[in-house]
Structure formats: structure tokens, C-alpha cells
Ligand binder design. Structure first.
Ligand SMILES: [Zn+2]
Length: 134
């Protein structure tokens, strides 16, 4: 019950919102599922500027999402894509809005981004990272 990167105490609660879970990438059923909140630093590149923030995970067991497509639960959420080059250089930030998120993501990755972070378009918190496998 501590942040794995910072050691801060984690907080367990009944979900008050949709989140989603940082492990399985499914949204929470508010008022029904228990979740754990902790501070997470999403960059692994030592040259990047740290950007720690809050993330939620299911309090119970859930399986890590590892598919080669946008998680289904993300499609109805307000999304911001942040495109980075190696070294944590931000090259683009796109609010998806009503556009097709797959097309926005493809354009970012084809424009030279090495990876893309997905953030919540309302709260700003980190949701997931997309790294091409080609
Ligand atoms: Zn989960």
C-alpha cells in the first residue's frame, strides 16, 4: 500500500468516478468497485522530465492490458494524446475530441513520435503508454 516509485502511502477507496484502472485499462463502476490511488511517474527514460501524478488500480486482482489496440473503455472517454521522442521530448499534444482516436494516434506515430502517452482530457492524469512494436 505504497507508491512503488515514491514510497508515499497509497489510498484505498470505493470508486467515486470512472478513472480507469492503470493495469487492466477498464473503467471503474463508481460506487461498486474498490480502487487504490497512488503517485506514478510514467516516464522510464532517464533523460525525460518527471511528470508524476495520480493513478488508480483495482484493489482486487485484474489482468494487465497488453493488446495492440486502444482499450475499448477508452473510446468513450475524453482523451489527450501526448507524442514523445526518445529522451522525453514532447513533439505534439492532441485533444482527440470527436475525432477517431485511432486516426489521431496513427498520425502522431507516423510523424516521428517514438511513443505516445494517453491522458485524461478532463483531469489530466496519465492513463497508458503506447509503444510501437515495429
Ligand atoms: Zn484493473
Amino acid at each position: 500500500m505504497r507508491s512503488p516509485q515514491y514510497g508515499h502511502p497509497a489510498h484505498r477507496e470505493l470508486a467515486q468516478g470512472y478513472a480507469p484502472c492503470r493495469v487492466c485499462l477498464r473503467t471503474f463502476a463508481a460506487g461498486e468497485e474498490e480502487r487504490i490511488l497512488f503517485t506514478y511517474q510514467p516516464f522510464h527514460d532517464p533523460d525525460s522530465v518527471p511528470a508524476p501524478g495520480p493513478v488508480f488500480i483495482h484493489a482486487g486482482d485484474c489482468a494487465r492490458y497488453d493488446a495492440a489496440e486502444l482499450p475499448p473503455d477508452f473510446r468513450a472517454l475524453p482523451l489527450v494524446f501526448e507524442a514523445y521522442r526518445a529522451g522525453g521530448e514532447l513533439v505534439a499534444r492532441e485533444r482527440v475530441g470527436a475525432r477517431n482516436p485511432d486516426e489521431v494516434l496513427a498520425a502522431l506515430l507516423c510523424s516521428g513520435a517514438d511513443y505516445v502517452h494517453i491522458r485524461n482530457g478532463e483531469a489530466g492524469c496519465f492513463k497508458a503508454a503506447i509503444r510501437p512494436t515495429y
